[in-house]
Design a binder for this molecule. Structure first.
Ligand SMILES: *[C@@H]1O[C@H](CO)[C@@H](O)[C@H](O)[C@H]1NC(C)=O
Ligand SMILES: *[C@@H]1O[C@H](CO)[C@@H](O)[C@H](O)[C@H]1NC(C)=O
Ligand SMILES: *[C@@H]1O[C@H](CO)[C@@H](O)[C@H](O)[C@H]1NC(C)=O
Ligand SMILES: *[C@@H]1O[C@H](CO)[C@@H](O)[C@H](O)[C@H]1NC(C)=O
Ligand SMILES: *[C@@H]1O[C@H](CO)[C@@H](O)[C@H](O)[C@H]1NC(C)=O
Ligand SMILES: *[C@@H]1O[C@H](CO)[C@@H](O)[C@H](O)[C@H]1NC(C)=O
Length: 330
C-alpha cells in the first residue's frame, strides 16, 4: 500500500502529530521506575510490573534491616513523574543480645542495624568466638561463649593430703582443701581457691613436723622426758616434784604448734605447812628434838625427886594442924 501525501495532507498530519504530542505532554507515561533511597525499594510485587503508564500505582517498602516508621509507600505515575512516597524507614533495633552465662555486652555503640556490640566476659571467664556481635537484618550475628578459667593442677603439699582427686583441674572459684598427715602440723590456710589467672590464692599451706625445744627444767622436779630427741607437736612431758616439794600448776605440758609448750611448766615449792611426808623431816632434827625433850624430862624429874627427898627428911607430921589431925583420926 502506498501513501501519497500532498502539501495539504502533510500539513494535516503535522497538526495531528502536534495534537498528539500535546496530549502526551498532558498525560505522559513514566519512562523509568520510581527512584528509591538507600533504605527503600519497590515491593516484590511492584518489581514485576513493567507498565509505567500514567496512573499506575506502585508500592515502595523498606529494605532489609529497616522497618517502616510511617507512610504507606504508595507512589503513582502522574504526568511522567512518580509521586513522592510518604514512606519513612528507620534502622531495625536488634535490642540487647540474648543473655548468656557470665557474658556482658558493651552497648555503648548502639543496637541498631549495622551496629556492633562488644562481648565481655565476667572476671575469671575467658571469651571464645567473636569479640563483637553485629546487628543484621535477621538479628545478632556472631557466636561467642564465656568459659571459666581452668587452673593448673593443685600443688602437692609434702606430708599433706588434698581434697582434689582429679582428673579435671579445678575451675575459677573452686577451692581445694588440705590436711596434714598424722604427726604433721598445718601452717598457712588450709584451703586455696582457683583464681582468674589460673593460679591459686592464697599459697598452699605447709605440713611440718614440729619439734619443740628442750623441755624446761623445773627446780626440785624430775620430768618424764629423757632425751635425746625433743618432743614433737602434741607430745606431753610430765613433771613430778622431788620428795618434800609440792607441785603448783599443771603437772603436764604439751608441745604446741609454735615449738613451745602449753601451759607453762609447774613449780615445786617447799611449803612447810603443806608437807605431810614424815620421812622428809630429817633424822638429825628428830634426834636433836628428842634429845632436848628427854633432857627436859630428866631435869624436871630430878628436881621433883630432890624436892620430895628434902621434904621427906622433916616429915614428922608435926606441922599438921590439930583440925587436920582430928580429921585424920576419923
Ligand atoms: C496504597 O496502595 C494500596 C495498594 O497498592 C492500597 O490498598 C491503599 O489504599 C493505598 N493507600 C493510599 C493512601 O493510597
Ligand atoms: C517531572 O520531573 C521533572 C524533573 O524533575 C520536572 O522537570 C518536571 O516539571 C516534572 N513534571 C511534572 C508534571 O511535575
Ligand atoms: C564500651 O565501649 C566504649 C567505646 O566503644 C568504651 O569507651 C568504653 O570504655 C567501653 N566500656 C566498657 C565497660 O568496656
Ligand atoms: C583462707 O582462705 C580463704 C580463701 O581461700 C579465706 O576466705 C579465708 O579467710 C582464709 N582464712 C584465713 C584464716 O586466712
Ligand atoms: C631445790 O631447788 C633450789 C633452787 O634451784 C636448789 O637450790 C636446791 O638445792 C634444790 N633442792 C634439792 C633437794 O634439790
Ligand atoms: C593440764 O594441761 C593439759 C594439757 O597439757 C590439759 O589437758 C589439762 O586440762 C590441764 N589440767 C589442768 C588441771 O589444768
Amino acid at each position: 500500500m502506498e501513501v501519497v501525501l500532498n502539501a495539504s495532507g502533510l500539513r494535516k498530519l503535522r497538526s495531528l502529530l502536534l495534537i498528539h504530542l500535546f496530549a502526551v505532554n498532558a498525560a505522559a507515561d513514566c519512562l523509568t521506575p520510581p527512584t528509591t533511597q538507600h533504605d527503600t525499594d519497590l515491593s516484590e510485587k511492584s518489581r514485576m510490573v513493567d507498565d509505567y503508564r500514567e496512573g499506575v500505582q506502585l508500592q515502595l517498602e523498606c529494605v532489609s534491616g529497616y522497618v517502616r516508621k510511617s507512610g504507606t509507600g504508595n507512589t503513582t505515575c502522574n504526568s511522567g513523574n512518580w509521586t513522592k512516597s510518604d514512606l519513612i524507614c528507620t534502622r531495625k533495633d536488634c535490642g540487647p543480645p540474648r543473655d548468656q552465662p557470665h557474658m556482658k555486652f558493651n552497648l555503648s555503640q548502639g543496637t541498631l542495624f549495622g551496629d556492633a556490640v562488644q562481648v565481655l566476659c565476667d572476671k575469671g571467664y575467658l571469651l571464645s568466638g567473636v569479640t563483637f556481635k553485629q546487628c543484621l537484618s535477621f538479628g545478632w550475628f556472631g557466636k561467642a561463649n564465656c568459659f571459666a578459667v581452668v587452673c593448673k593442677t593443685p600443688p602437692e603439699v609434702a606430708n599433706g593430703l588434698s581434697s582434689w582427686s582429679g582428673p579435671k583441674n579445678p575451675k575459677y572459684g573452686e577451692t581445694v582443701q588440705y590436711s596434714c598427715k598424722e604427726g604433721y602440723t598445718l601452717f598457712g590456710n588450709s584451703s586455696i581457691t582457683c583464681d582468674e589467672n589460673g593460679g591459686y590464692s592464697p599459697g598452699p599451706p605447709e605440713c611440718k613436723a614440729v619439734v619443740c625445744k628442750t623441755p624446761p627444767e623445773v627446780a626440785n622436779a624430775s620430768s618424764s622426758w629423757s632425751g635425746p630427741k625433743n618432743p614433737k607437736y602434741g607430745e606431753t612431758v610430765q613433771y613430778s616434784c622431788k620428795e618434800g616439794y609440792t607441785l603448783f600448776g599443771n603437772s603436764s605440758i604439751t608441745c604446741d604448734e609454735n615449738g613451745g609448750y602449753s601451759p607453762g611448766p609447774p613449780e615445786c615449792k617447799d611449803v612447810p605447812g603443806i608437807n605431810t611426808n614424815k620421812e622428809s623431816v630429817s633424822v638429825p632434827v628428830i634426834i636433836s628434838l628428842t634429845a632436848v625433850f628427854l633432857v627436859i624430862i630428866i631435869v624436871i624429874g630430878f628436881l621433883y625427886m630432890l624436892h620430895q627427898k628434902k621434904k621427906g627428911s622433916y616429915d614428922t607430921g608435926e606441922d599438921l594442924k590439930p583440925e587436920l589431925l582430928q580429921f585424920q583420926n576419923l
